[in-house]
Design a protein around this ligand. Structure first.
Ligand SMILES: [Zn+2]
Length: 88
């Protein structure tokens, strides 16, 4: 199961994109505060929160090392991806 980043709040961070034909202003979407793991296939959060109101980013949650992660989702994802752990 793949998980996407589910952010409670996002901000649009202005940044500059350098391209061969010039420099452009672009807005990058960055999560604010803790993020939750939202199943890419199911659209449901891994742990204990309604996804209603979450902004799901097109970003792999497990690989998103730069965001703050909700400890509940983190534990749930680790438990699910470890075959030697009992499923709870
Ligand atoms: Zn969570």
């Amino acid at each position: 199961m793949r998980y996407k980043v589910g952010a409670e709040q996002v901000e649009h961070v202005p940044s500059l994109a350098h391209r061969p034909d010039g420099v452009f202003r672009v807005a990058r979407t960055a999560p604010v505060g803790p993020t939750h793991a939202v199943g890419a296939a199911t659209g449901a959060a891994a742990y204990g929160i309604k996804t209603h109101g979450l902004e799901v980013l097109d970003q792999d949650w497990e690989e998103a090392f730069f965001v703050e992660k909700c400890p509940g989702c983190f534990a749930a994802v680790v438990a699910q991806s470890s075959p030697w752990c009992d499923k709870r």
